[in-house]
Design a protein around this ligand. Structure first.
Ligand SMILES: Cc1cc2nc3c(=O)[nH]c(=O)nc-3n(C[C@H](O)[C@H](O)[C@H](O)COP(=O)(O)OP(=O)(O)OC[C@H]3O[C@@H](n4cnc5c(N)ncnc54)[C@H](O)[C@@H]3O)c2cc1C
Length: 441
């Protein structure tokens, strides 16, 4: 036995950290190798200036994130102090038309909360409300399962959704949930999200806003937990090679040094996983082909810092027919005066320079809220590979956590789970990979 005769986890994003927690809980002392100077991956906090820490992108969670909530309990994180839990409130603004609003009541059980919320929704016509309710009830008859996948756009046309309800409900929800445009997005994965949020206990449809910076809220407690359980986290340790002989894992190379091991959870992003597996096509041909079929979508997050007394009327709202898609007032996240604007997926915005885009976004914000004045500071974070593109039939291309190579497991938001690329998918994949590793013969 050498000191490395423990499971290795490559990558310390939320998937890798969660795998570290699950393996520690199962009695292992894994070693995590992370190439970056900090853990957290795509869901980490970053310093924009020496005194200004923000999240790498605005994140919103749902009450349906069961894996995440269970892990928080394991880490003894108090939901009350950590999360702002709210019944779903959707407000859709548009520059030249009245806004529309859907509030799901907290006092009714599911699915009555949905029925009631839609019936009293403001700004929607009777025909629009009926179309949504009729589609949801017909989908329920099929348990939200399609015989074959199609695009969300096709699904909405099949269920005769009016153009306006697509524009003021389905399109923003689809972009927010799948980060993929309607004409490409997988209807089946979208239905999985709708089912887990609405055809479930009422609180599954709640929105959860993490009150602290992402790194403080999960990443640091996760590191503390695994270190208390004798696991190791090695930052600035980039894994450059995976060694496999006889269809069995036998080691990794880190900074040109070979380290033997027999069990690895690869929790790197999909494109890095593909790179590490490519030399082993002979054992992993189908898997590398699956990974090659994945493409990626960007998310841009703009941060506008105003004086601390500045607030928006809602903590979250959507904007239609503008470049900015969702506005978040970060006063609930210990950042008074900070407004985050999210732009999902591809679009015109990717053709603008950062400063031009910020100017457009600021003008849109000013149009809705003239009293805001000039921001003190503004920043744009562009994540080009924020998520995999959740396209039609994507579930055929997402690899399982178990691989044909003995001792090799995959974890990450892109691996096969019912959900799109989310924190919940990353955590669920980690649980599945860790369970498979722990039961390996
Ligand atoms: C801007 C943005 C907004 C988002 N909004 C939401 C949201 O609102 N709700 C939601 O649920 N999800 C959201 N997501 C998605 C969510 O952040 C991801 O699904 C999740 O963080 C993925 O975690 P992961 O561990 O699978 O991958 P990653 O976070 O990518 O972690 C992989 C880790 O591997 C490390 N690594 C890479 N190569 C190597 C190597 N060779 N050796 C060692 N380590 C390596 C990386 O540095 C990284 O730390 C958003 C993502 C972005 C970018």
């Amino acid at each position: 036995m050498n000191e490395y005769n423990t499971p290795f986890i490559i990558g310390a994003g939320w998937a890798g950290l969660s795998a570290g927690i699950y393996l520690s809980q199962a009695g292992y002392s894994p070693t995590l190798f992370e190439s970056a100077p900090q853990a957290g991956g795509r869901a980490r906090s970053v310093y924009l200036t020496p005194h200004l820490k923000v999240d790498n992108g605005q994140h919103l969670l749902l009450g349906a994130y069961r894996e995440y909530l269970q892990l928080c309990q394991l880490l003894s994180l108090s939901e009350k102090t950590m999360l702002l839990r709210q019944p779903l409130q959707l407000l859709f603004r548009t520059p030249h038309h009245p806004s529309r609003e859907i509030h799901l009541p907290a006092f009714l059980p599911s699915p009555l909360h949905l029925l009631w919320g839609l019936l009293i929704a403001q700004g929607y016509s009777f025909t629009e409300k009926y179309a949504v309710l009729s589609m949801m009830s017909r989908l329920l008859l099929h348990d939200f399962t399609l015989s074959s996948d199609c695009s969300v756009q096709k699904l909405l046309h099949t269920y005769q959704q009016p153009v306006t309800i697509i524009q003021y409900l389905w399109q923003p929800l689809c972009l927010a949930a799948l980060n993929t445009p309607l004409h490409l997005a997988s209807a089946q994965v979208f239905l999985n999200v709708l089912k887990s949020s609405f055809i479930a206990p009422q609180y599954h449809s709640n929105t959860l806003l993490i009150r602290q910076p992402l790194s403080d809220s999960f990443v640091t407690p996760a590191i503390q937990y695994i270190q208390q359980h004798q696991a190791k986290l090695l930052l600035r340790h980039k894994v450059t090679q995976l060694h496999i002989t006889d269809k069995t894992v036998c080691g990794i190379s880190v900074n040109q040094q070979f380290i033997p091991c027999s069990q690895v959870i690869l929790a790197t992003p999909a494109h890095i996983t593909r790179r590490l597996l490519a030399p082993h096509k002979i054992f992993l041909q189908a898997l590398t082909q699956q990974l090659a079929a994945l493409s990626f979508e960007p998310i841009y997050t703009a941060y506008f810092q105003y004086p601390e007394h500045i607030t928006l009327p809602e903590y979250m709202s959507a904007s239609i027919a503008t470049l900015g898609q969702w506005y978040f007032d970060r006063r609930h996240c210990q950042q008074p005066g900070m407004i985050a604007i999210v732009i999902s997926s591809q679009g015109h915005h990717t053709t603008f320079s950062s400063s031009t885009l910020l100017t457009y976004l600021e003008a849109e914000l000013q149009h809705y809220f003239p009293a805001l004045g000039k921001p003190l500071q503004r920043f744009l974070i562009k994540e080009q590979r924020a998520t995999f593109s959740c396209q039609v039939n994507i579930q055929h291309y997402r690899p399982q956590q178990i691989t044909p190579v003995k001792g090799l497991y995959l974890s990450g938001d892109y691996t096969l789970t019912p959900y799109p690329a989310t924190l919940e998918s990353a955590i669920l994949s980690a649980r599945l990979a860790s369970q498979a590793l722990a039961t390996e013969h």
